[in-house]
Design a binder for this molecule. Structure first.
Ligand SMILES: Cc1cc2nc3c(=O)[nH]c(=O)nc-3n(C[C@H](O)[C@H](O)[C@H](O)COP(=O)(O)OP(=O)(O)OC[C@H]3O[C@@H](n4cnc5c(N)ncnc54)[C@H](O)[C@@H]3O)c2cc1C
Ligand SMILES: NC(=O)c1ccc[n+]([C@@H]2O[C@H](COP(=O)([O-])OP(=O)(O)OC[C@H]3O[C@@H](n4cnc5c(N)ncnc54)[C@H](OP(=O)(O)O)[C@@H]3O)[C@@H](O)[C@H]2O)c1
Length: 280
């Protein structure tokens, strides 16, 4: 965490415990599909206990047990909609990661443990009313936005939505068909598109994609220009999810413009979800 940020603004990244919650706190679910986008990026679905409830933007805690009784627990954002009868997740396999190694061996029909509760602060309910919702993601951070975009509450609350997805390589621009379908479903006609989808590819040239990192695109005005909307305190509500360095930089840029993070007692204009801790 940056020393320069106000510590009261910081939503703690959950501790990545390897021990199970008490056995009454999780259900055993079955993996029902696995889709690899790249050799190290996959989406998977599990069965859903009918009592499992979540708000779009929340994450679940998943437990895998492929090593003789040692369950590894990790938080994963929910990609599926509130009403789907399955749970869907988007995951990257990080080299030498404890959970990643087990997930790489996971197949349809395998068992996965799902904590009965869902968690998180990156939800719509913390925002002061606004006109435009900006959803900024690096890598797998796009996952919870799919769930948010599938929720009617989001579309009732905002006139315009800007989805920004920054990835290293173009083949990591996942869920493009789902996003196109959502754009179509919420467009009045081809001149009034409510969802602007901005692709950012940082490590290779890609037609129609921006190439600089999100904080730089905010700083030099390219993001506003591409979206055709201003980032303004009176109308913009902003979520950022994924790489904690990106979040730290975005937070610093926007708080300098007067934006404030949502807090339980006072709604603001910013909400964040860090996927790992910044190394000291
Ligand atoms: C609230 C929350 C929600 C999360 N949601 C997701 C999600 O939806 N999808 C997902 O893939 N991961 C998500 N993560 C990260 C996830 O919990 C694990 O950290 C990740 O699956 C790797 O686990 P691991 O045991 O293999 O490695 P770990 O020991 O947990 O991580 C090792 C290193 O890998 C890198 N890393 C971890 N996660 C990511 C990532 N998502 N993208 C790029 N680099 C990463 C970091 O440098 C980290 O220090 C989330 C984390 C948090 C805190
Ligand atoms: N993506 C892969 O090809 C790949 C393959 C196998 C394993 N992995 C592992 O997965 C992890 C990385 O996964 P990832 O590529 O999804 O996540 P990532 O490193 O967070 O990169 C995703 C996007 O975020 C950008 N980014 C990185 N730091 C930023 C910052 N400070 N501010 C703004 N934007 C920033 C990246 O731009 P830059 O390109 O400029 O960094 C990229 O566009 C690593 O552990 C890696 O070893 C990745």
């Amino acid at each position: 965490m940056s020393k320069s940020t106000d510590s009261s603004d910081i939503i703690p990244t959950p501790k990545q415990e390897t021990t199970a919650p008490s056995s009454v706190r999780y259900t055993e679910e079955t993996v029902i599909s696995v889709l690899y986008w790249t050799p190290s990026l996959l989406s998977f679905r599990t069965s859903r206990n009918p009592n499992f409830r979540f708000t779009p933007g929340h994450y679940a805690r998943l437990g895998l047990d492929r090593c003789e009784g040692k369950v590894v627990w990790r938080p994963f954002s929910l990609v599926s909609g509130q009403d789907d009868d399955y749970l869907e997740f988007l995951a990257i396999l990080v080299p030498n990661g404890e959970f990643s190694e087990q997930l790489a061996d996971t197949r349809v029909g395998d068992t996965i443990q799902v904590d009965k509760a869902s968690y998180g602060f990156m939800t719509m309910d913390g925002f002061a009313p606004g006109k435009d919702l900006w959803l900024l993601a690096t890598g797998t951070g796009i996952g919870p936005y799919l769930s948010i975009l599938r929720d009617a509450t989001t579309w009732n609350a905002f006139e315009n939505i800007v989805l920004v997805h920054s990835v290293r390589y173009a083949n990591e621009l996942v869920y493009q068909d789902d996003i196109k379908a959502i754009i179509q479903a919420h467009s009045v006609d081809k001149f009034s598109i409510r969802l602007r989808y901005i692709q950012v590819v940082t490590r290779e040239l890609q037609l129609n994609a921006l190439s600089a990192r999100i904080p730089q695109l905010i700083e030099d005005g390219q993001l506003e220009l591409t979206a055709g909307l201003p980032l303004a305190l009176n109308r913009s509500r902003i979520m950022a999810c994924g790489n904690p360095e990106m979040i730290r930089e975005v937070r610093a840029l926007l708080t300098a413009k007067g934006f404030q993070t949502n807090r339980r007692a006072s709604p603001g204009q910013l909400a964040f979800e860090n996927y790992w801790l910044i190394k000291p």
